[in-house]
Design a protein around this ligand. Structure first.
Ligand code: ATP
Ligand code: MG
Length: 474
């Protein structure tokens, strides 16, 4: 199915020419001559154009008034391109303030018009995708989605319920990897007043900082080599909703400063842009390193930390709330039964014992994976013990739960690091040893070593400096 573009132009010759040209480009073009026409088309639920290409001055009024009226109806996620014969600065400022994608003066070269339309279409599609996900998830998430009967889990649910009624402008979620920080952020978005708006998740560790800046804040055409058209960043895409910044400690310091300003003033500039863009979003952030330590180490700016930690939820590791294992296992068994058509109903005592004895370095995510594997490989109604595989090194950290419980192994085979948990080595010593080993195995290649450790290059660099290691010495 082709995408729809609404063309509003009163000059007949130009309208016909544009209509033909756009149809040849594959657009399903709806044409309107007046604002009243256009409004009727936009009011029709079925139409829902991706892009509106609109003349500024029309026989029955100014296009910007129509733009303003339709902005209020948020289901119309279309990008507007406004064309004008007599470009006045005041109008162009108003157009962009109202969120128009671009303001073009007539006559506009075809190539440029095509480029701008393509950019607008991309942007509108991205916004629709997030909006659809928001609508789907709204039903699914409530505070009860955070399963657990420990006082800690109850505390998290209570906090979520209390915060649901408040306009939370900023929130910091702390806790080790896999404890459920992402889940907390999603629940809070979907129980809060911005549930109908988009939730945009950004993993700060996943992108190099140059890219991250333009992904977060967007960029203008020509802001840097390769920046062909205007791009709306995550902050703009989250308009009316939530930006969730995961692994906030990985954000480079200069970006932290820019982010702080955006959080404080709800405005920012696109890369290469002059104009300030206003956004109405709430900021959630998460980190799996202890945030106080990030601040102490200078990796998280103190001012940004205080701003984000306006509200704070810390989720303790699973090993400190073993009573949550039971309800979590019940939940995951039901989930994977439903997904795979299995009918596991019985969980033998030995399985419970093994699950409680394990230390869960990967926390709830690891538990979920273990249950998924066991349910998928089950043959009857009993959850098999065989597939728990809790001590064999599976590549992630695993603590020997049997025997003395004093020896831990990270990795397997050639990639193994073994250490004795008798207090003779500090955590820092162990970390240093792991880093040395990883660098040794990668032949001093920092990127490869970072990959093998599951951390970013930046983080590894930081640690190499901290321990005064020489990547090449391995
Ligand atoms: N209390 C809980 N109840 C139900 N499911 C949970 C709970 N905690 C975590 N999960 C599930 O465990 C998995 C891991 O959780 P999540 O992704 O939220 O962890 P995280 O803390 O964000 O991890 P990371 O630090 O790696 O980003 C998800 O599938 C999540 O839905
Ligand atoms: Mg997460």
């Amino acid at each position: 199915m082709s995408d729809t573009l609404l063309l509003v132009e009163d000059e007949e010759l130009l309208r016909n020419e544009l209509q033909r040209h756009l149809a040849r480009q594959g657009w399903d073009v709806l044409a309107a001559v007046t604002l009243a026409d256009a409004e009727r088309i936009l009011g029709n639920e079925g139409a829902s154009p991706l892009v509106v290409l609109c003349d500024m001055t029309l026989p029955d009024g100014n296009a910007l008034d129509l733009l303003e009226r339709t902005r209020a109806r948020s289901h119309l996620r279309a990008e507007w391109i406004v064309l004008t014969g007599y470009g006045s600065v005041a109008d162009s400022v108003r157009a962009l303030k109202l969120g128009a994608f671009e303001f073009l003066e007539k006559p506009c070269p075809t190539e440029r018009l095509e480029l701008v339309i393509a950019g607008a279409a991309r942007s509108a599609r991205a916004q629709r995708r997030v909006a659809e996900t928001a609508a789907r998830n709204h039903e699914r998430f409530g505070a009860d989605a955070f399963v657990g009967k420990s006082p800690a889990a109850e505390g998290v649910r209570e906090a979520l319920t209390r915060l649901a009624g408040v306009r939370v402008e900023a929130l910091l979620v702390g806790g080790e990897t896999g404890v459920g920080k992402g889940l907390v952020a999603r629940i809070l978005h979907y129980v809060g007043p911005r549930a109908q708006g988009p939730l945009v998740e950004v993993n700060c560790a996943a992108l190099p900082s140059e890219l991250l800046e333009s992904e977060l804040f967007g960029h203008e055409a020509g802001a840097f080599t390769g920046a062909k058209g205007r791009h709306r960043g995550y902050l703009e895409q989250a308009q009316g909703g939530t930006v969730f910044l995961d692994e906030i400690g990985e954000l480079q310091s200069s970006l932290q400063a820019k982010l702080l300003k955006a959080v404080e003033d709800r405005r920012f500039r696109r890369v290469g842009g002059e104009r300030e863009i206003e956004v109405d979003v709430q900021f959630f952030a998460a980190s799996n390193s202890e945030v106080e330590m990030l601040v102490a180490e200078g990796r998280l700016r103190e001012d940004l930390f205080h701003r984000l930690a306006l509200f704070r939820i810390d989720v303790p590791p699973l090993r400190e709330r073993l009573e949550d294992i039971e309800p979590l296992v019940q939940r995951f068994v039901a989930e994977f039964n439903a997904r795979s058509g299995k009918s596991v109903r019985v969980i033998p005592d030995i399985v419970w014992e093994r699950l409680r004895a394990y230390s869960w370095p990967g926390n709830v995510r690891e538990l979920r994976n273990v249950i998924e594997r066991s349910v998928l490989l089950s043959e009857g109604t009993v959850l098999p013990e065989r597939w728990l595989q809790l001590q064999a090194g599976t590549g992630t950290a695993a603590t020997d739960a049997g025997g003395s419980g004093q020896r831990a192994v990270v990795g397997n085979g050639r990639n193994e690091v073994v250490f004795v948990l008798d207090g003779s080595e500090s955590l820092d010593d162990l970390e240093e040893r792991i880093l040395r080993r990883a660098l040794e195995l990668s032949g001093g290649n920092v990127s490869a070593a970072a990959r093998s450790l599951g951390i970013t290059r930046q983080t590894l660099r930081y640690r190499i400096e901290k321990y005064g290691l020489d990547p090449g010495e391995g």
